[in-house]
Design a binder for this molecule. Sequence first.
Ligand SMILES: Cc1ncc(COP(=O)(O)O)c(C=O)c1O
Length: 373
Amino acid sequence: MELETLAIRAGADPDPTTGSVTPPIHLSTNFIHGPASEETYGYTYIRDKNPTQDRLEAALSALEGGEDALAFSSGMGATSAFFQSLPPGSHVIIPEDVYVHVRVIATTHFRNWQLEYTTVDMQSTAAIAASVRPNTSVIWAETPSNPQMKITDITAVAQIAQRAGAYFVVDNTFATAVLQRPLEIGADLVMHSTTKYYGGHSDVQGGCLVFKKREPLHAKLFHTRMVLGAVASPFNSWLILRGLRTLPCRMERHSANAMVVAKALSQVKQVERVFYPGLPSHPGHDIAARQMKQFGGMMSILVKGGWDEAIRVVSRVKLFQPATSLGGVESLIEHRASAEGTASTAPDNLLRLSVGLEHPNDLIEDLVKALAE
Ligand SMILES: Cc1ncc(COP(=O)(O)O)c(C=O)c1O
Protein backbone atom coordinates (compact mmCIF):
# COMPACT_ATOMS: atom_id res chain seq x y z
CA MET A 1 0.00 0.00 0.00
CA GLU A 2 1.06 3.59 -0.58
CA LEU A 3 1.90 5.77 2.40
CA GLU A 4 -1.27 7.88 2.11
CA THR A 5 -3.37 4.72 2.35
CA LEU A 6 -1.32 3.27 5.20
CA ALA A 7 -1.73 6.49 7.17
CA ILE A 8 -5.50 6.05 7.01
CA ARG A 9 -5.71 2.29 7.52
CA ALA A 10 -2.74 1.08 9.55
CA GLY A 11 -3.75 0.31 13.14
CA ALA A 12 -7.30 1.33 12.29
CA ASP A 13 -9.13 -1.95 11.69
CA PRO A 14 -12.75 -1.67 12.84
CA ASP A 15 -13.35 -2.73 16.43
CA PRO A 16 -14.31 -6.46 16.22
CA THR A 17 -16.92 -6.25 18.99
CA THR A 18 -18.83 -3.14 17.85
CA GLY A 19 -17.73 -2.53 14.26
CA SER A 20 -16.80 1.06 15.16
CA VAL A 21 -14.93 2.64 12.26
CA THR A 22 -12.94 4.82 14.61
CA PRO A 23 -10.60 2.81 16.84
CA PRO A 24 -11.81 2.51 20.44
CA ILE A 25 -9.80 3.76 23.42
CA HIS A 26 -9.27 1.08 26.05
CA LEU A 27 -8.59 2.92 29.27
CA SER A 28 -8.48 -0.14 31.51
CA THR A 29 -5.26 -0.39 33.49
CA ASN A 30 -5.61 -4.13 34.01
CA PHE A 31 -6.96 -7.16 32.17
CA ILE A 32 -8.53 -10.39 33.42
CA HIS A 33 -6.00 -13.18 33.67
CA GLY A 34 -6.09 -16.83 34.73
CA PRO A 35 -5.88 -18.03 38.36
CA ALA A 36 -2.10 -18.42 38.12
CA SER A 37 -1.77 -15.05 36.34
CA GLU A 38 -1.88 -16.65 32.89
CA GLU A 39 -2.46 -14.05 30.19
CA THR A 40 -5.97 -14.67 28.83
CA TYR A 41 -6.68 -11.82 26.42
CA GLY A 42 -3.13 -10.88 25.42
CA TYR A 43 -2.81 -8.11 28.02
CA THR A 44 -2.06 -7.94 31.74
CA TYR A 45 -1.21 -4.44 32.88
CA ILE A 46 -1.26 -1.07 31.14
CA ARG A 47 2.45 -0.38 31.66
CA ASP A 48 3.44 -3.55 29.74
CA LYS A 49 1.20 -2.90 26.76
CA ASN A 50 -2.37 -1.98 26.08
CA PRO A 51 -4.69 -2.38 23.08
CA THR A 52 -4.78 1.28 22.00
CA GLN A 53 -1.02 1.55 22.16
CA ASP A 54 -0.74 -1.68 20.15
CA ARG A 55 -2.75 -0.06 17.37
CA LEU A 56 -0.48 2.98 17.40
CA GLU A 57 2.64 0.82 17.29
CA ALA A 58 1.28 -1.16 14.35
CA ALA A 59 0.61 2.09 12.50
CA LEU A 60 4.03 3.56 13.32
CA SER A 61 5.92 0.50 12.09
CA ALA A 62 3.83 0.33 8.93
CA LEU A 63 4.37 4.02 8.16
CA GLU A 64 8.08 4.02 8.87
CA GLY A 65 8.72 0.64 7.20
CA GLY A 66 10.01 -1.10 10.33
CA GLU A 67 9.35 -4.55 11.77
CA ASP A 68 8.11 -3.17 15.07
CA ALA A 69 7.71 -0.03 17.15
CA LEU A 70 7.46 1.01 20.78
CA ALA A 71 5.40 4.00 21.85
CA PHE A 72 6.65 6.10 24.75
CA SER A 73 5.26 8.92 26.88
CA SER A 74 7.46 11.51 25.12
CA GLY A 75 10.34 11.82 22.68
CA MET A 76 12.71 12.15 25.63
CA GLY A 77 11.14 9.06 27.22
CA ALA A 78 12.01 7.13 24.06
CA THR A 79 15.49 8.66 23.84
CA SER A 80 16.45 8.05 27.45
CA ALA A 81 15.09 4.48 27.39
CA PHE A 82 17.29 3.82 24.38
CA PHE A 83 20.45 5.19 25.99
CA GLN A 84 19.69 3.49 29.32
CA SER A 85 19.55 0.15 27.53
CA LEU A 86 23.15 0.38 26.31
CA PRO A 87 25.81 -1.72 28.02
CA PRO A 88 28.04 0.29 30.40
CA GLY A 89 31.26 1.38 28.69
CA SER A 90 29.54 2.09 25.36
CA HIS A 91 30.62 5.10 23.33
CA VAL A 92 27.94 7.22 21.64
CA ILE A 93 28.37 9.78 18.86
CA ILE A 94 25.83 12.62 18.93
CA PRO A 95 25.48 15.73 16.73
CA GLU A 96 26.69 19.11 18.01
CA ASP A 97 23.45 20.63 16.73
CA VAL A 98 20.77 18.47 18.31
CA TYR A 99 17.55 18.86 20.30
CA VAL A 100 18.81 20.54 23.45
CA HIS A 101 17.72 17.89 25.95
CA VAL A 102 19.62 15.17 24.11
CA ARG A 103 22.72 17.28 24.76
CA VAL A 104 21.60 17.73 28.37
CA ILE A 105 21.15 13.96 28.87
CA ALA A 106 24.69 13.47 27.57
CA THR A 107 26.21 16.07 29.88
CA THR A 108 24.20 15.23 32.99
CA HIS A 109 23.35 11.52 32.77
CA PHE A 110 25.73 9.64 30.49
CA ARG A 111 28.44 9.47 33.15
CA ASN A 112 26.01 7.90 35.65
CA TRP A 113 25.01 5.38 33.00
CA GLN A 114 28.72 4.75 32.29
CA LEU A 115 28.44 5.94 28.70
CA GLU A 116 31.14 7.88 26.87
CA TYR A 117 30.23 10.32 24.14
CA THR A 118 31.62 12.56 21.42
CA THR A 119 29.77 15.46 19.80
CA VAL A 120 30.42 15.89 16.09
CA ASP A 121 29.36 18.19 13.29
CA MET A 122 27.27 15.62 11.44
CA GLN A 123 27.34 17.60 8.22
CA SER A 124 30.81 16.08 7.86
CA THR A 125 30.84 12.37 7.18
CA ALA A 126 34.64 12.41 7.60
CA ALA A 127 34.31 13.90 11.10
CA ILE A 128 31.88 11.16 12.08
CA ALA A 129 34.17 8.44 10.74
CA ALA A 130 37.12 9.98 12.61
CA SER A 131 35.30 9.92 15.94
CA VAL A 132 34.49 6.21 15.85
CA ARG A 133 36.21 4.27 18.66
CA PRO A 134 36.48 0.51 19.23
CA ASN A 135 33.64 0.77 21.78
CA THR A 136 31.35 2.99 19.66
CA SER A 137 27.96 1.35 19.87
CA VAL A 138 25.66 4.13 18.64
CA ILE A 139 25.67 6.91 16.09
CA TRP A 140 22.70 9.20 16.83
CA ALA A 141 21.76 11.63 14.04
CA GLU A 142 19.09 14.29 13.79
CA THR A 143 18.37 15.50 10.28
CA PRO A 144 17.26 18.19 9.69
CA SER A 145 18.67 19.21 13.08
CA ASN A 146 17.02 21.34 15.72
CA PRO A 147 17.39 24.30 15.54
CA GLN A 148 20.04 24.97 12.89
CA MET A 149 18.53 22.73 10.18
CA LYS A 150 21.81 20.95 9.47
CA ILE A 151 21.63 17.95 7.16
CA THR A 152 23.31 14.59 7.73
CA ASP A 153 23.86 12.16 4.87
CA ILE A 154 21.92 9.13 6.15
CA THR A 155 23.25 6.66 3.57
CA ALA A 156 26.88 7.62 4.19
CA VAL A 157 26.58 7.49 7.98
CA ALA A 158 24.82 4.12 7.76
CA GLN A 159 27.93 2.74 6.09
CA ILE A 160 30.17 4.12 8.83
CA ALA A 161 27.90 2.64 11.50
CA GLN A 162 27.86 -0.71 9.78
CA ARG A 163 31.66 -0.81 9.54
CA ALA A 164 31.88 0.15 13.23
CA GLY A 165 29.31 -2.45 14.30
CA ALA A 166 27.28 0.38 15.84
CA TYR A 167 23.55 1.04 15.85
CA PHE A 168 22.53 3.96 13.69
CA VAL A 169 19.56 5.89 15.07
CA VAL A 170 17.90 8.81 13.26
CA ASP A 171 15.68 11.33 15.01
CA ASN A 172 13.16 11.77 12.20
CA THR A 173 10.93 14.24 14.05
CA PHE A 174 11.37 17.23 11.70
CA ALA A 175 11.01 15.24 8.47
CA THR A 176 8.52 12.49 9.45
CA ALA A 177 8.14 9.18 7.62
CA VAL A 178 6.31 11.04 4.88
CA LEU A 179 9.34 13.05 3.79
CA GLN A 180 12.29 10.90 4.86
CA ARG A 181 12.70 7.12 5.11
CA PRO A 182 15.82 6.42 7.23
CA LEU A 183 15.10 2.70 7.69
CA GLU A 184 15.06 2.21 3.92
CA ILE A 185 18.47 3.82 3.47
CA GLY A 186 20.46 2.19 6.24
CA ALA A 187 19.32 3.32 9.69
CA ASP A 188 18.61 0.65 12.32
CA LEU A 189 16.16 2.68 14.37
CA VAL A 190 14.13 5.81 14.05
CA MET A 191 13.11 7.99 16.98
CA HIS A 192 10.27 10.50 16.90
CA SER A 193 8.86 13.04 19.21
CA THR A 194 5.28 12.19 18.25
CA THR A 195 4.33 15.34 20.20
CA LYS A 196 5.14 17.18 16.96
CA TYR A 197 3.89 16.35 13.44
CA TYR A 198 2.52 12.89 14.29
CA GLY A 199 0.09 14.32 16.84
CA GLY A 200 -0.07 17.37 14.59
CA HIS A 201 -2.34 19.59 16.69
CA SER A 202 -0.20 20.65 19.68
CA ASP A 203 -2.43 18.73 22.08
CA VAL A 204 -0.67 15.45 22.83
CA GLN A 205 2.74 14.31 24.05
CA GLY A 206 4.46 11.14 22.89
CA GLY A 207 7.54 9.50 21.47
CA CYS A 208 8.45 6.32 19.69
CA LEU A 209 11.23 4.05 18.56
CA VAL A 210 10.73 2.18 15.29
CA PHE A 211 12.94 -0.84 14.67
CA LYS A 212 14.07 -1.89 11.23
CA LYS A 213 14.48 -5.40 12.64
CA ARG A 214 12.90 -6.66 15.86
CA GLU A 215 16.11 -8.41 16.84
CA PRO A 216 18.17 -7.79 18.84
CA LEU A 217 16.87 -4.62 20.54
CA HIS A 218 13.09 -4.71 20.70
CA ALA A 219 12.71 -7.07 23.68
CA LYS A 220 15.32 -5.18 25.68
CA LEU A 221 13.70 -1.82 24.98
CA PHE A 222 10.26 -3.24 25.75
CA HIS A 223 11.60 -4.33 29.14
CA THR A 224 13.29 -0.96 29.76
CA ARG A 225 10.07 0.88 28.95
CA MET A 226 8.08 -1.41 31.22
CA VAL A 227 10.33 -1.14 34.28
CA LEU A 228 11.28 2.53 33.90
CA GLY A 229 7.70 3.42 33.03
CA ALA A 230 7.87 5.99 30.19
CA VAL A 231 4.98 4.31 28.40
CA ALA A 232 2.36 6.02 26.20
CA SER A 233 -1.09 6.35 27.78
CA PRO A 234 -4.12 4.95 25.90
CA PHE A 235 -5.60 8.40 25.35
CA ASN A 236 -2.34 9.84 24.03
CA SER A 237 -1.87 6.77 21.81
CA TRP A 238 -5.34 7.32 20.41
CA LEU A 239 -4.74 11.01 19.69
CA ILE A 240 -1.46 10.28 17.91
CA LEU A 241 -3.12 7.51 15.91
CA ARG A 242 -5.77 10.04 14.88
CA GLY A 243 -3.08 12.54 13.91
CA LEU A 244 -1.37 9.99 11.64
CA ARG A 245 -4.45 9.81 9.43
CA THR A 246 -3.83 13.30 8.06
CA LEU A 247 -0.02 13.29 8.25
CA PRO A 248 0.71 12.94 4.50
CA CYS A 249 -1.69 15.80 3.62
CA ARG A 250 -0.36 18.01 6.36
CA MET A 251 3.31 17.42 5.49
CA GLU A 252 2.67 18.33 1.88
CA ARG A 253 1.11 21.64 2.88
CA HIS A 254 3.64 22.38 5.65
CA SER A 255 6.42 21.85 3.10
CA ALA A 256 4.78 23.97 0.39
CA ASN A 257 4.11 26.81 2.83
CA ALA A 258 7.60 26.69 4.30
CA MET A 259 9.23 26.80 0.88
CA VAL A 260 7.32 29.97 -0.04
CA VAL A 261 8.06 31.56 3.34
CA ALA A 262 11.77 30.65 3.11
CA LYS A 263 12.08 32.16 -0.36
CA ALA A 264 10.32 35.34 0.74
CA LEU A 265 12.48 35.70 3.85
CA SER A 266 15.64 35.31 1.75
CA GLN A 267 14.71 38.61 0.09
CA VAL A 268 14.19 40.55 3.33
CA LYS A 269 17.08 42.86 4.13
CA GLN A 270 16.77 42.46 7.92
CA VAL A 271 17.38 38.72 7.54
CA GLU A 272 21.04 37.67 7.57
CA ARG A 273 20.49 33.95 6.74
CA VAL A 274 17.64 31.56 6.15
CA PHE A 275 18.29 27.94 7.10
CA TYR A 276 15.85 25.90 5.06
CA PRO A 277 17.12 22.76 3.29
CA GLY A 278 14.78 23.41 0.35
CA LEU A 279 16.78 26.50 -0.66
CA PRO A 280 19.61 25.74 -3.10
CA SER A 281 21.80 28.07 -1.00
CA HIS A 282 21.53 25.71 2.01
CA PRO A 283 24.81 23.77 2.45
CA GLY A 284 22.90 20.49 2.85
CA HIS A 285 20.48 21.10 -0.03
CA ASP A 286 21.84 18.42 -2.39
CA ILE A 287 21.83 15.72 0.29
CA ALA A 288 18.39 16.81 1.51
CA ALA A 289 17.06 16.72 -2.05
CA ARG A 290 18.34 13.15 -2.34
CA GLN A 291 16.98 11.82 0.94
CA MET A 292 13.83 13.92 1.46
CA LYS A 293 10.67 14.01 -0.62
CA GLN A 294 9.98 17.62 0.35
CA PHE A 295 11.77 19.78 2.90
CA GLY A 296 9.26 20.04 5.74
CA GLY A 297 7.75 22.87 7.74
CA MET A 298 10.70 23.82 9.96
CA MET A 299 13.24 26.54 9.32
CA SER A 300 15.35 29.01 11.20
CA ILE A 301 16.55 32.48 10.37
CA LEU A 302 19.35 34.70 11.61
CA VAL A 303 18.09 38.22 12.18
CA LYS A 304 20.57 41.01 11.37
CA GLY A 305 21.89 42.28 14.70
CA GLY A 306 21.93 40.11 17.79
CA TRP A 307 19.87 38.84 20.70
CA ASP A 308 17.83 42.05 21.15
CA GLU A 309 16.95 42.44 17.47
CA ALA A 310 15.80 38.82 17.32
CA ILE A 311 13.64 39.14 20.44
CA ARG A 312 12.12 42.31 19.03
CA VAL A 313 10.84 40.38 16.01
CA VAL A 314 9.19 37.78 18.28
CA SER A 315 7.53 40.56 20.25
CA ARG A 316 6.06 42.06 17.06
CA VAL A 317 4.56 39.14 15.18
CA LYS A 318 0.78 38.91 15.30
CA LEU A 319 -0.05 35.67 13.48
CA PHE A 320 2.98 33.58 14.40
CA GLN A 321 2.63 32.68 18.07
CA PRO A 322 5.63 32.87 20.36
CA ALA A 323 5.67 29.34 21.76
CA THR A 324 7.92 26.34 22.00
CA SER A 325 7.42 22.97 20.31
CA LEU A 326 6.48 22.53 16.66
CA GLY A 327 4.57 20.54 14.11
CA GLY A 328 1.05 21.76 14.86
CA VAL A 329 -1.34 23.36 12.38
CA GLU A 330 -0.56 26.83 13.74
CA SER A 331 2.65 28.75 12.98
CA LEU A 332 5.06 29.29 15.86
CA ILE A 333 8.16 31.37 16.35
CA GLU A 334 10.81 30.98 19.04
CA HIS A 335 14.11 32.55 20.05
CA ARG A 336 15.95 29.30 20.68
CA ALA A 337 18.89 30.66 22.68
CA SER A 338 16.57 31.98 25.37
CA ALA A 339 14.30 28.92 25.22
CA GLU A 340 17.18 26.45 25.53
CA GLY A 341 19.00 28.25 28.36
CA THR A 342 22.57 27.56 29.36
CA ALA A 343 22.88 24.31 27.35
CA SER A 344 22.09 26.20 24.13
CA THR A 345 24.51 26.41 21.25
CA ALA A 346 22.04 28.33 19.06
CA PRO A 347 23.28 31.69 17.74
CA ASP A 348 21.92 34.66 19.71
CA ASN A 349 20.10 36.00 16.65
CA LEU A 350 18.45 32.72 15.62
CA LEU A 351 14.67 32.40 15.43
CA ARG A 352 13.10 29.01 14.78
CA LEU A 353 9.88 28.93 12.79
CA SER A 354 7.37 26.10 12.71
CA VAL A 355 5.40 26.97 9.60
CA GLY A 356 1.78 25.92 9.96
CA LEU A 357 -1.09 25.45 7.57
CA GLU A 358 -2.33 29.04 7.34
CA HIS A 359 -2.17 30.80 3.96
CA PRO A 360 1.50 31.60 3.25
CA ASN A 361 0.64 35.16 2.15
CA ASP A 362 -0.58 35.93 5.66
CA LEU A 363 2.48 34.32 7.20
CA ILE A 364 4.87 36.28 5.00
CA GLU A 365 3.06 39.57 5.63
CA ASP A 366 3.27 38.98 9.38
CA LEU A 367 7.00 38.20 9.34
CA VAL A 368 7.95 40.95 6.92
CA LYS A 369 6.11 43.56 9.01
CA ALA A 370 7.63 42.31 12.26
CA LEU A 371 11.12 42.35 10.74
CA ALA A 372 10.73 45.78 9.17
CA GLU A 373 9.17 47.71 12.09
C1 LIG B 1 13.99 16.98 17.15
C2 LIG B 1 13.41 16.66 18.51
N1 LIG B 1 13.70 15.48 19.07
C3 LIG B 1 13.21 15.15 20.30
C4 LIG B 1 12.43 16.01 21.02
C5 LIG B 1 11.92 15.62 22.38
O1 LIG B 1 10.57 15.25 22.32
P1 LIG B 1 9.52 15.43 23.51
O2 LIG B 1 9.38 16.89 23.77
O3 LIG B 1 8.29 14.77 22.99
O4 LIG B 1 10.09 14.72 24.69
C6 LIG B 1 12.11 17.26 20.47
C7 LIG B 1 11.30 18.22 21.23
O5 LIG B 1 11.17 19.37 20.87
C8 LIG B 1 12.61 17.58 19.18
O6 LIG B 1 12.37 18.78 18.61
